[in-house]
Design a protein around this ligand. Structure first.
Ligand code: GAR
Length: 191
């Protein structure tokens, strides 16, 4: 199976979907590490599953560049073939991009190129669009500017709040992310 490492900052529902899929006999990937930039609640499910975890905090490093190096080193130690940002709320810097360029994917809760950045759900609601969704993209040096690998549309309802809408987006986003990761992992097998 293709080794993948997942980076998270939050509750890890996308991580959870990725882990659930590994129980299927034909799953082409295995999760070899989960790395967070804070004490993300999602780390717990990785620990329960016996997967190595690491927390690389910005505040424990002299500056952003030192944190970028430490993050890339932590990811490299897990020896992944593919890196998945699943609710990782920091931009990744040159060290990670240099080491894993073209092999990092990110999931975003909006239909890119609309509403990039940290508040994709809130920004779509504020703009008043009627359809939003989720996008899985290849990570490049920009903010959510990489090649789009897959998207799913989600309707915005009259009485949606940021929370209700985000929950519905996550329900559509999880299988989308699992599909893309399965596909990329299957392609990289035997590389
Ligand atoms: C997901 O909806 C993901 O798209 C979003 O954070 C959520 C994490 O949920 N990511 C971003 O907004 C990145 N800019 P989870 O922790 O339950 O998987």
């Amino acid at each position: 199976r293709t080794p993948i490492t997942v980076l998270i900052s939050g509750t890890g529902s996308n991580l959870s979907a990725l882990l659930r899929a590994t129980a299927e006999p034909d799953c082409p990937y295995t999760v070899v590490g989960v790395i967070a930039d804070r004490d993300a609640t999602g780390l717990e499910q990785a620990r329960t599953a016996g997967i190595p975890t690491e927390v690389v905090r910005l505040r424990d490093h002299a500056d952003r560049a030192a944190w970028d190096e430490a993050l890339a080193a932590a990811v490299a130690r897990t020896e992944p073939q593919l890196v998945v940002l699943a609710g990782f709320m920091k931009l990744v810097g040159p060290p990670l991009l240099d080491a894993f360029g073209g092999r990092i994917v990110n999931t975003h809760p909006a239909l890119l190129p609309s509403f990039p950045g940290a508040h994709g759900v809130r920004d779509a609601l504020a703009h008043g669009v009627k359809i939003t969704g989720a996008s899985v993209i290849e990570v490049d040096a920009g903010v959510d500017t990489g090649r789009i690998l897959a998207q799913v549309a989600v309707e915005i309802l009259e009485d949606d709040t940021e929370d209700t809408l985000h929950e519905r987006i996550k329900t559509a986003e999880q299988p989308l992310l699992v599909d893309v990761v399965r596909r990329l992992a299957a392609e990289s097998t035997g590389r």
